[in-house]
Design a protein around this ligand. Structure first.
Ligand code: ADP
Length: 466
């Protein structure tokens, strides 16, 4: 992979080099073209010494030259300088032959900040100098004499070829280095990412990358870490649900086995011929009670799997939760009276509208209230409180009974968890009631928590969205 990427980058750089070289030539040609077009329009090319030349230099038209910040001078055959206007190019009044020949030589220098146009009038023997300040001059040219090959020609060509070769070698080396550096920048993070994904594919979901990459690679690194984090969570959840499933099968078989063994044993006894009617009645009662217990367990299990199934849907209706809870309480008042319980309700008179499935939510309150009755002694006080909390409604179902040990605060909502560890509870609970309650509350996008403590009673706090 490393090779292919660096080769690809190298190809790109070479292509880029050719494109940029081509662009340089194109731009240079355009500049030359522009220079050619422009030069015809420049004042220095219009008002040349040749164009202005007349035999009587006093009659030379200097106005246009002066208007364009130029100057006009005449140098006579005695090398005397006559200024016809403008800032003079030659400052002296009289020149020596050396000064005049130096001026003529320097006048053609491309670095001059002035354009000099010089013309000699043969009939009147004077030179006319027209000077303009340079606006901008760009020049580059190759000049060669095709007729006579100079002795320096080979030396010049050799130097030129050497320079071009050095340039190409430098270019190749720098391109190679640059493409290598870039390849390393690309390849190393990609390799690290590849190693990471390989380990992930092998099931190592704890794998995280800490490469501190930049740009898109940083995003890729972050996405990779998110992916492995998510996979780790999902695997953990899968393991947990698998454990839960295994434990549930064990618990179900255990809880079903007891009543069924009992039913089987007592029904065999009932089949005996010489059984007194008193004993038969007693055995039938035991069979009946165990059937109720087995049936209850199966009904709960059926309910639980129904709520858990993806097809389960709530039939939501807008309802005043205060009125609804009042109704549910009144349903259990006879049970509270029978059990000699005391009660206290703090339910506001104002409406608090929530969207609930009346049947399922009814089951929640019935379960919580009957649990309080089932597991606590006479004289226990049950309190139900409702209050609005921001965009939620809080419903508290509490009692001051035996309570549940604090370590079970969360687990009590798991299937088959009971506060009395013996599992032979006289109360005959299945340990599924609170699991179903929690599932129903969560289906309503709410939460339920238990504030527990042995001997401190139980407090179930339900939050429902309004
Ligand atoms: P079940 O009542 O069928 O056993 P639940 O899931 O409804 O199952 O309750 C789980 C356990 O929590 C019960 O077995 C009981 O030990 C304990 N529990 C529930 N509510 C109360 C309560 N109000 N007071 C004391 N213990 C309770």
């Amino acid at each position: 992979m490393k090779h292919s990427i660096s080769r690809k980058l190298l190809k790109n750089y070479i292509l880029m080099f050719f494109i940029s070289t081509l662009l340089v030539f194109i731009s240079y040609s355009l500049l030359l073209l522009a220079d050619g077009i422009m030069s015809k329009k420049l004042v220095s090319q219009i008002y040349t010494a040749e164009a202005l030349m007349v035999d009587d230099y006093n009659k030379i038209q200097v106005e246009e030259v002066l208007k364009h910040k130029g100057s006009v001078q005449v140098v006579t055959k005695d090398l005397e300088v006559v200024n016809l206007g403008g800032n003079p190019a030659v400052k002296d009044k009289k020149l020596t032959l050396k000064q005049w020949s130096d001026f003529l030589t320097n006048a053609k220098d491309k670095n001059n900040q002035y354009n000099y146009s010089i013309e000699y009038n043969e009939s009147k023997n004077f030179w006319l100098i027209v000077t303009f300040p340079v606006s901008l001059r760009i020049y580059f040219g190759i000049v060669t004499n095709e007729e006579i090959i100079s002795t320096d020609f080979h030396r010049v060509i050799l130097t030129l070829v050497t320079i071009i070769l050095i340039y190409i070698i430098m270019l190749v080396i720098s391109t190679l280095i640059y493409s290598k550096i870039s390849a390393v920048n690309f390849v190393e993070p990609l390799r690290a990412l590849c190693r990471g994904t390989q380990r992930l594919a092998q099931g190592n979901y704890k794998e995280r990358l800490e490469l501190h990459l930049t740009a898109e690679f940083a995003e890729l690194e972050e996405n990779f870490n998110d992916l492995s984090r998510e996979l780790e969570i999902q695997t953990k959840l899968k393991e947990e649900s698998e454990n839960l499933r295994r434990r549930m099968i064990l618990d179900v078989s255990h809880d079903l086995k007891n009543p069924l063994v009992s039913i089987l044993g007592y029904s065999e006894l009932c089949l005996q011929e010489n059984l007194s009617s008193h004993k038969q009645k007693k055995y039938m009662e035991i069979i009946h009670n165990n059937s109720i217990r087995a049936n209850e367990l199966i009904t709960y299990l059926f309910e639980l799997s129904r709520i858990d199934s993806p097809d389960f849907k709530l039939s939501l209706e807008k309802i005043d939760i205060c009125e609804f809870v009042r109704e549910k309480i009144s349903d259990v008042i006879p049970l509270l009276e029978d059990a000699k319980f005391l009660w206290e309700f703090n339910i506001p008179e104002t409406e608090i509208i929530t969207k609930i499935d009346v049947k399922q939510m009814g089951r929640v309150f019935f379960n919580l209230l009957t649990n309080a009755i089932k597991y606590n002694a006479a004289g226990t006080v049950i309190t139900v409180t409702i209050r609005k909390e921001m965009d939620k409604v809080l419903i508290i179902v509490a009692d001051n009974g035996i309570g549940i040990e604090q370590s079970l605060e969360k687990d009590i909502f798991n299937p088959f968890v009971r506060a009395d560890k013996s599992r032979n509870s006289k109360t005959g609970g299945s340990g599924l009631g609170l699991t179903i309650v929690k599932k129903i509350i969560e289906a309503h996008k709410g939460t339920i928590t238990l504030i527990a403590g042995e001997g401190k009673g139980c407090e179930f706090q339900i939050f429902l969205p309004i």
